[in-house]
Design a protein around this ligand. Structure first.
Ligand SMILES: [Zn+2]
Length: 183
């Protein structure tokens, strides 16, 4: 996996670039939480569930179906998140599904069960430039953790900042279009 910080950073940067009018601060934070949430499945190691099992790490919790389910569940609170229902589900789903898609670009571990429950196949992208992050904070704070973070900055943070720059440019060029949002 890319580190939990990197997973959370992606929706934070993109959502912030879209502007408060479109993505409220609360929705932004919820997006960061849902983007990191699939890795809660590392608890499976402590529970004795095999890595390759449906509920093992990178299994069902790393599927499109799971991303959709947690986005819909969190969107029950769309009013508290100061947004509309449609915007809430869309942003949270994109934030949540970014997690398995990024994991699928890493160079180690098993692939992600992206198409669960229709397929248990552990799946990788054809292009896997991101160094896989060690599991656990102690191991992440090692020398290898630093190498992983550098790889994530190059392959995740910089492209995300590039996307944010495009969004900011769009808001600057077409201010009327981008300010027509309801929230
Ligand atoms: Zn993951």
């Amino acid at each position: 996996m890319p580190s939990i910080i990197t997973h959370a950073v992606v929706p934070l940067i993109v959502g912030a670039a879209m502007g408060r009018r479109h993505i409220s601060a609360r929705l932004l934070i919820m997006g960061a939480v849902l983007a990191a949430l699939p890795d809660a499945d590392v608890i499976s190691f402590k529970l004795g569930i095999a890595y390759t099992d449906t509920w093992g790490h990178r299994g069902a919790a790393h599927s499109i179906a799971f991303a959709l389910a947690i986005s819909c569940l969190a969107s029950v609170f769309y009013k508290s998140l100061h947004t509309s229902l449609g915007r809430c589900i869309s942003f949270l789903f994109l934030a949540a599904v970014s997690h398995p898609l990024l994991d699928a670009c890493t160079d180690g571990g098993l692939g992600v069960a992206l198409f669960w429950p229709f397929s248990e196949l552990r799946w990788f992208m054809p292009f896997r430039p991101i160094e896989v992050s060690p599991i656990g904070l102690t191991r992440f704070l090692s020398q290898r953790g630093w190498a992983v973070l550098q790889s994530e900055i190059l392959w995740v943070w910089l492209p995300t900042l590039g996307l944010a720059a495009v969004l900011l440019a769009g808001r600057w060029i077409w201010p009327a279009k981008y300010s027509s949002g309801k929230n």
